[in-house]
Design a protein around this ligand. Structure first.
Ligand code: ATP
Ligand code: TPS
Ligand code: MG
Length: 340
């Protein structure tokens, strides 16, 4: 069946209760640490002993944070889970339970909600998280998705612990997700002016960057490796907004400055290629682009080598300095510039 012929069952046809029942069927009501999930006035979780409960909550609005023209519903479901668990992971925690609140316009069908929850299910399985409840309501013009995640941490890691002399590290690569967003927005503009009925652009040359935008993955693998290596970073945060804003937040709360090296910033070859194609400066994406969901963390110099033996997908991009140094980047040409 092509996109134009997909069935559209209005939510009012099965009703709110009918839709919640369809959602509930996809998820277990009981599970590890969950006494009773979807189906009563509140979820009942198991008792926690020893570790600290962590709670993080986020809201995403249609047209502001996501665009349904180019976002498949199952991708949106997976992405909201990744974005939510990333905040728990960034505290050195383990995500456990998820709550999802949806307010939906009448442009959203039962089938779309089912696709969304198949993405959510995929995310829950990927991160070992259980859907424990939520809420469902109507929206007038734009849909919203609010997500709350509950996790645990034996040793929470804050943004504020960076110490002068620590190495500044980042996982994966930067700038790909915002580069992917630019590609999707360009294709959307093209679609709107072309008069075509179906939005089916050929994104093959942009597969990596578009994937990073539509289905980013939270770096649970890095936290697991830290645990195995017995390493606790001095500070950590996820790069959800941009490298520069995350660095500034981290250094301000750590009462420190830093120096990063432009030449050390990790960039995927496809991001570089796509930036050229878009005729944009690669640095705009790498320094100021959001949604990469990589981890930025600081390690005492002596821990870097030990951690590198356990985990390969990170690089050192700079060093923490005393606060008076400011937040600086040494460019590839050897100049020093202040980052803001
Ligand atoms: N979008 C959703 N995703 C996952 N679970 C949901 C969602 N909406 C509702 N639920 C779950 O379904 C069950 C019934 O929810 P419902 O909102 O109907 O009951 P309630 O919260 O007790 O009622 P009220 O909102 O009037 O207090 C609850 O367990 C709730 O967590
Ligand atoms: C249509 C559309 N407009 C804007 C964006 C960009 N965007 C969405 S959420 C976000 C930050 C997440 O941070 P946090 O998880 O901290 O809320 C950014 C940069 C997008 N993807 N789609
Ligand atoms: Mg409710």
């Amino acid at each position: 069946m092509s996109k134009t012929e997909q069935t559209f069952t209005p939510i009012e046809k099965i009703g709110r209760k009918g839709l919640i029942q369809k959602i509930a069927e996809k998820f277990d009501r009981h599970g590890e640490g969950m006494v009773y999930g979807i189906g009563d006035d509140a979820a009942v979780l198991g008792q926690l002993s020893g570790s600290h409960p962590l709670i993080s909550t986020e809201i995403y609005s249609e047209g502001v944070d996501f665009d349904l023209t180019y976002t498949p519903w199952q991708h949106l479901g997976l992405k909201v889970v990744s974005m939510a668990v990333s905040d728990i992971i960034a505290m050195n925690g383990k995500p456990k339970f998820l709550f999802l609140n949806l307010s939906l316009t009448n442009k959203v069908s039962v089938e779309m909600v089912e696709l969304f929850y198949s993405g959510v299910k995929h995310g829950c399985d990927l991160y070992g998280v259980q859907l424990a409840g939520g809420d469902l309501g109507a929206a007038h013009k734009a849909s919203t998705v609010a997500v709350t995640v509950v996790g645990t941490a034996d040793t929470p890691v804050y943004r504020s612990g960076a110490k002068a002399g620590d190495a500044i590290c980042v996982t994966g690569d930067l700038g790909a997700a915002s580069c992917g967003l630019m590609v999707l927005l360009r294709e959307k503009r093209h679609f709107e002016t072309s008069g075509q009925l179906v939005f089916e652009p050929d994104l093959t040359p942009f597969e990596y960057v578009v994937r990073k935008q539509l289905v980013p993955e939270a770096r649970a693998d890095c936290i697991d490796a830290m645990k195995i290596a017995g390493i606790v970073p001095t500070s950590m945060s996820d790069v959800s907004k941009s490298l520069v804003s995350t660095l500034v937040e981290m250094m301000e709360s750590s009462k420190s400055g830093c120096r990063i090296y432009e030449a050390a910033l990790p960039v995927h070859p496809e991001t570089r290629q796509t930036a050229d194609d878009l005729e944009k400066d690669i640095d705009t994406f790498v320094l100021y682009g959001g949604e990469d969901f990589e981890l930025l963390f600081t390690l005492p110099e002596k821990d870097v080598k030990a951690f590198a033996e356990q985990f390969k997908d990170f690089v050192v991009i700079g060093k923490v300095e005393p606060q008076a140094h400011g937040i600086k980047m040494q460019t590839a040409e050897g100049h020093e510039m202040t980052l803001t």
